[in-house]
Ligand binder design. Structure first.
Ligand SMILES: O=c1ccn([C@@H]2O[C@H](COP(=O)(O)O)[C@@H](O)[C@H]2O)c(=O)[nH]1
Length: 275
């Protein structure tokens, strides 16, 4: 199924705009798992199985697996999500960006090796660096627009176009360019951090109903109510509100997966109250 189709269905089926980020950090695992041979896979699979009916997507962050030499665990985890929870889209958070010939290999890595439904990309090398991904109409292409980190403003807020009240910062120029020119296959989405709610509203105004992946709530302190108010579409969807640490490490004992479920349910309710 196409990424956009599965995302729309998951929003409805699970009545949820919550995306769970899968960022394994063994030092934070419960003691009974920490030193077991397949801890990364066992931990992440338990989180997935405890939350799959409450969410609209999973977002494994590739560096968290690669740094642990656990790419094999990531492959098995994504295969498990597809087998056990069909229809839940998997976004590979890789933030790739390179010249076209290398980008082609990154597309193969994301969609063939890992079987991801969507991938995050850094668009600042320009359209040719994204083209191999845009050509995969069945896959989601999720482009960094205004990131959640404090330094996002250093470059992304620089004025690149216009004068007076018509001045357009880089992230808005990018949002408009992607919505107008790059989204011919209807498979684009943007990353806009929860920690910058005004910028989120500006992006929503520029891109119509394009889905927005919004990290930065939970551990980074973004305001859920402001995110939903500024980012939702007219039908009360349009958002993948992503939380990793606040869900994964909600509990520290044997009941960690149930604690993660509780944290996910609480976030879903908080979001749904504002939709
Ligand atoms: O602008 C961005 C883009 C990506 N991320 C990623 O999202 C998660 C956030 O983790 P939390 O524990 O919920 O803070 C992490 O994988 C980042 O690499 C982001 O935070 N901001």
């Amino acid at each position: 199924m196409h990424f956009m189709q599965s995302l729309h269905q998951a929003w409805q089926r699970n009545n949820s705009l919550v995306c769970v980020g899968l960022d394994p950090e063994p030092a934070k695992f419960p003691a009974h798992l920490r030193d077991t041979p397949d801890a990364v896979y066992t931990f992440c699979r338990a989180i997935v199985d405890a939350t799959a009916d409450l969410i609209c997507a999973y977002k494994p962050q590739i560096a968290h697996f690669a740094a642990l030499r656990a790419e094999g665990a990531l492959e098995r985890l994504i295969a498990h999500i597809h087998d056990a929870h069909p229809g839940i889209p998997v976004i590979l958070d890789a933030k790739r960006g390179d010249i076209g010939s290398t980008a082609q290999h990154y597309a193969t890595e994301a969609f063939e090796r890992y079987q991801a439904d969507a991938v995050t990309l850094n668009p600042y090398l320009g359209r040719d660096s994204i083209q191999p991904f845009l050509d995969r109409a069945d896959k989601g292409v999720i482009l960094l627009c205004h990131t959640s980190n404090p330094g996002a403003a250093d470059l992304q807020d620089l004025i690149v176009e216009g004068t007076g009240s018509e001045r357009l910062p880089l992230y808005q120029h990018l949002a408009r360019t992607i919505a107008r020119d790059w989204n011919a296959n209807g498979n684009c989405a943007l990353v806009t951090g929860a920690t910058w709610p005004e910028q989120l509203a500006q992006v929503r105004a520029l891109v119509g109903d394009m889905p927005l992946l919004v990290p930065g709530i939970g551990a980074q302190g973004g305001d859920v109510e402001a995110v939903v108010r500024n980012g939702r579409t007219a039908d009360g969807t349009g958002l993948m509100i992503s939380s990793s640490r606040a869900i994964l490490y909600a509990g520290h004992g044997e009941g960690f997966a149930a604690d993660a479920r509780q944290a996910t349910e609480t976030l879903r309710s908080q979001v749904n109250r504002c939709r």
